[in-house]
Design a protein around this ligand. Structure first.
Ligand SMILES: [Zn+2]
Length: 260
């Protein structure tokens, strides 16, 4: 055991490793402050490029769910509802969340939208953007990446927006890996349950996403968050671990009353 710890310390010292919230070793060396700056810049750009929904009904619904979920993570989070028919939602480093009206229309209930938001927040908490960028860039590019976010047609800009998980908005697809998807699912499931949302609805949500893929509305979300065959199986396996959090939340009166 001690030997293992010594090896771990040695490797972390020589490279740059971190541990994700699920206990996975990560190779991360970009400064979080720079990644957060990239997220803030990207969010500012999206807010000027895309129409923001004027629906108070939708905004209140999304705010209600986001507040309940981010209460479990701490920190200040901002959420914006974008007027866009595509099925999409995203969360950026720096604690920024975007939800498209198309997704709000698709979900049957608060729990299904909480599953998407929990999943997205999971990507941020596990620092997946930083991990992707650390694999592909040198630390010296950090500052250049922040300004590159505003030029998504340049090579560095493409890398920046796609690593943040919003490449699909600019026609650039960089899907999250299966490891990142599974991790975001596990974190998201626990978060939604702790906030008092029914984790079983995550299964219905992913089934609906898969069906939507065949239909009229573009399931933009699936291009960057590929739905693997194993996802529903893995979620089903984790639901029994999440249920006690959900039951506890309800027993102490944490029942989010968010209505569409
Ligand atoms: Zn994902």
């Amino acid at each position: 055991m001690l030997k293992k710890i010594a090896v771990a310390i040695c490797c972390c010292y020589l490279t740059a490793c971190a541990t994700s919230p699920t206990g996975r070793s990560q190779f991360i060396y970009m400064p979080d402050a720079q990644i957060n700056q990239m997220g803030l810049q990207a969010f500012d750009n999206l807010k000027t490029e895309k129409p923001i929904s004027k629906s108070t009904q939708y905004t209140e619904f999304v705010n209600c769910i986001t507040q309940a979920i981010t209460y479990e993570t701490g920190g200040d989070w901002e959420v914006v509802v974008f007027e866009d028919d595509s099925l999409n939602a995203f969360a950026l480093p720096g604690n920024k969340i975007g939800v498209h009206t198309g997704l709000i229309q698709m979900v049957d209930n608060k729990d299904q939208l909480a599953a998407v938001i929990g999943h997205e927040v999971g990507h941020v908490l596990a620092r997946h953007s930083n991990e992707r960028l650390s694999q592909k860039t040198a630390v010296s590019q950090g500052v250049a990446l922040i300004s590159a976010v505003s030029a998504p047609t340049s090579a560095l800009g493409q890398l920046a927006v796609s690593s943040l998980g919003i490449g699909a908005q600019y026609g650039i697809i960089l899907p999250f890996s299966r490891t990142h998807e599974s991790e975001a699912d596990i974190i998201g499931l626990e978060l939604m349950a702790k906030a008092g949302f029914d984790p079983r609805e995550s299964i219905n949500l992913w089934q609906k996403m898969d069906q939507a893929k065949q239909g009229q509305q573009p399931a933009e979300f699936l291009s960057t968050h590929p739905s693997h065959d194993t996802r529903i199986k893995e979620l089903s396996e984790h639901i029994p671990h999440a249920m006690p959090f959900y039951q506890h939340a309800h027993s102490i009166g944490k029942i989010p009353r968010c209505t569409k």
